[in-house]
Design a protein around this ligand. Structure first.
Ligand SMILES: CC(C)(COP(=O)(O)OP(=O)(O)OC[C@H]1O[C@@H](n2cnc3c(N)ncnc32)[C@H](O)[C@@H]1OP(=O)(O)O)[C@@H](O)C(=O)NCCC(=O)NCCS
Length: 174
């Protein structure tokens, strides 16, 4: 399968926080932000895989800074690495006011998507990623460790099979 560049599937999505998106304090609700993150990542994954994709997992997400009603939210999603039938996507969330002032980074998260065959819904192979700059290379190189950690935490991988992160647990009996 031919490798693809990160830029071929980069996805930028912009939303304005409307009253219906907020909690009683006028801040964007976490669930709404997660939904937008999922959509931006899903578009990015679909473009990279050129297939239907489903969300397999979302890594730990912290809501570091509140986003107010009326503010503009920009989500930037990029593929970091492809495995066999799954891809890891990083999404970065930025907010600013309608004048573009008070710009700030609010969240970062990793989503994993699995590409599915449109006919029977079974996982299908995905194209590899070619990292082309320092940031893309760093995200690519560290992706196997994140993958092992999330597969271990979801009970899909035994600690003894987690070769990339074994050293983190050296000396700890599990
Ligand atoms: C994701 C899903 C397709 C995996 O199906 P499966 O039968 O377990 O398939 P496999 O065991 O062949 O795994 C397929 C890939 O999914 C990955 N995967 C499965 N569960 C995962 C998890 N919790 N976290 C990260 N990756 C996961 C596997 O590592 C594998 O990736 P690889 O081929 O790149 O190594 C299936 O669990 C599913 O359909 N889940 C529901 C998806 C959905 O509805 N999402 C929206 C929820 S609101």
């Amino acid at each position: 399968m031919k490798a693809k560049k990160v830029s071929e599937s980069n996805t930028v999505m912009t939303e304005m926080v409307m009253p219906n998106d907020t909690n009683p304090m006028g801040n964007l609700m976490g669930g709404n932000l997660l939904r937008w993150m999922d959509i931006a990542c899903g578009i990015c994954a679909g473009k990279h895989c050129e297939a239907h994709v489903v969300t397999a997992s979302v890594d730990q997400v912290s809501f570091q800074r509140p986003i107010r009603v009326g503010e503009v939210v920009t989500l930037e999603a990029s593929v970091t690495r492809a495995f066999n039938t799954s891809v890891e996507i990083i999404v970065e969330v930025f907010a600013c006011d309608i004048k573009g002032h008070n710009a700030r980074r609010c969240n970062t998260a990793y989503y994993t998507f699995v590409a599915l065959d449109g006919e029977n819904g079974s996982p299908v192979p995905v194209p590899p990623v070619t990292p082309l700059n320092e940031i893309e290379q760093q995200r690519y190189d560290t992706a196997p460790r994140r993958r092992e950690l999330r597969l271990m935490l979801s009970g899909r991988m035994k600690p003894e099979d987690a070769h990339e992160i074994k050293s983190l647990f050296a000396g700890v009996s599990v």
